[in-house]
Design a protein around this ligand. Structure first.
Ligand SMILES: [Zn+2]
Length: 343
C-alpha cells in the first residue's frame, strides 16, 4: 500500500439504494432475487465506490452493499448452523434478537465475499479495505446448541475467518478489518480468549489487519445503553492493553460526540488508529471544522503517521444524502489537518 498521510476511510457500511433494499433501516431485506439480486448488489457496490471516490476518500470499502447483516451474512455460508429454527437471545446483554442456532461442527464450505472483493478490486486503483465479523461478536450473535462453549465456538469461527481472510488478501484486499463491538462488553472473555481467537483469524496474513470496536449503530437499544455508561466511557481501557500486545495493525475507534476519553488512545500507542470523527447516530452532518477538531485532539495521543480519519461506525441506517454529506465532511476535515501539518 502506497504511503499516504491521514488516509480517510469509512468503517464499513453505507446506505443501500432503495431499489435494492428498503432504506434507512438496519438488516433491510433484499427487494430482488436470483440473478437480478446478484446484478443489483454489484450495481450498488459500484455506486458506493463512486460516492467514496467523489468524496475523495483514500481507502475504499464495499459499503457492505452485498450483505444484509454484518455477522449473519458470513455465518449463512458456514455449515453446522440452522437458520430455520431460530432462537431468541440477548445480543451484547442489550437487546433481544432472533438468531440462528449452531447444531453441528461449523466449517466454511465456500468463499463468502471473495468474488465481491475481486469485483471491487477491479473497479479502483486505491487501497481497499474489507470488513469481516470478529469471532467473539459472531459467538454473541447466535445460539450454540452444539459446542456449549463460547471459547470453542469462537476458535472454530476464527479458523473459518482465517480461510476467508487469506482469500480476500489474495484477491487484492489491502486491509482486512474485523468488527468486534462485543469487545466493548465482554472484557473477561476478550482477555481470556477473545483476543487469542482474533489472532488465530489473522494468522499468516501479510496485508494490514484492523479491529473495529464501537458503541454500535444509532439504534434505540444502543442509544439507551450509552445513557447508562456515565460521563466517561472507559470500556477501551479494559481491552487496549491486550490489543497493544497483539499483531493487529490498526484499531478503529468511536470518538466524535462520544464520552470516550481520547487519552485512552495512549494505550495503543504505536498502532495505527482509525479515529471516528463522524457520528453515525445523528442525521446532523458534521462541518469539516468539527471533523478537524476531533482529529486535532486525537493527534495529542496518536502520531500523525498512524492517524487514519474515519467514522464512528457504519452508516447503513442513514439516508443517502446524509451519508454523502458525512463522507465529504470527513474528507474536508482531514484536509484541514493535513494543511496544518504541512503534509
Ligand atoms: Zn461499529
Amino acid at each position: 500500500m502506497k504511503k499516504l498521510l491521514l488516509p480517510t476511510s469509512i468503517v464499513g457500511s453505507l446506505p443501500k439504494p432503495a431499489w435494492l433494499a428498503p432504506p434507512e433501516k438496519l438488516w433491510s431485506p433484499w427487494k430482488l432475487d436470483g440473478d437480478q439480486l446478484i446484478e443489483g448488489k454489484q450495481d450498488a457496490l459500484r455506486i458506493s465506490l463512486q460516492e467514496q471516490e467523489l468524496a475523495d476518500l483514500d481507502i475504499i470499502c464495499d459499503g457492505e452493499q452485498t450483505r444484509q447483516h454484518f455477522v449473519t451474512t458470513f455465518i449463512e455460508h458456514l455449515s453446522g448452523v440452522d437458520f430455520e429454527n431460530r432462537k431468541t437471545v440477548k445480543i451484547r446483554n442489550r437487546y433481544d434478537a432472533s438468531v440462528p442456532v449452531v447444531v453441528g461442527e461449523v466449517a466454511r464450505q465456500k468463499a463468502v465475499f471473495v468474488e465481491d472483493a475481486k469485483f471491487l478490486r477491479k473497479q479502483t486503483n486505491k487501497p481497499i479495505k474489507w470488513a469481516l465479523p470478529g469471532p467473539l461478536t459472531m459467538v454473541d450473535t447466535l445460539y450454540d446448541d452444539h459446542y456449549k462453549s463460547r471459547e470453542k465456538l469462537a476458535w472454530e469461527f476464527a479458523k473459518a475467518l482465517n480461510e476467508e481472510a487469506r482469500e480476500l488478501q489474495d484477491a487484492g484486499v489491502d486491509i482486512i478489518q474485523f468488527d468486534e463491538p462485543a469487545f466493548n462488553v465482554f472484557f473477561n472473555e476478550v482477555n481470556d480468549w477473545g483476543m487469542a481467537a482474533l489472532e488465530r483469524a489473522i494468522e499468516g496474513l501479510h496485508c494490514q489487519t484492523a479491529i473495529h470496536i464501537c458503541y454500535g449503530y444509532g439504534i434505540q437499544a444502543n442509544t439507551d445503553w450509552k445513557k447508562t455508561l456515565g460521563s466517561e466511557w472507559r470500556q477501551y481501557e479494559e481491552i487496549f492493553p491486550k490489543i497493544q500486545k497483539s499483531k493487529i495493525d490498526v484499531v478503529s475507534l468511536e470518538c466524535h460526540n462520544s464520552n470516550v476519553p481520547l487519552n485512552l488512545m495512549e494505550l495503543v500507542r504505536g498502532k495505527k488508529v482509525m479515529v471516528g470523527a463522524i457520528d453515525v447516530a445523528t442525521n446532523t452532518i458534521e462541518t469539516p471544522e468539527e471533523v478537524a477538531a476531533t482529529l486535532r485532539k486525537a493527534l495529542e495521543f496518536v502520531d500523525a503517521e498512524n492517524l487514519y480519519p474515519s467514522t464512528n461506525c457504519g452508516m447503513a441506517p442513514l439516508s443517502r444524502d446524509v451519508a454523502r454529506g458525512k463522507l465529504s465532511a470527513l474528507s474536508a476535515g482531514a484536509e484541514i489537518i493535513r494543511k496544518e501539518l504541512g503534509i
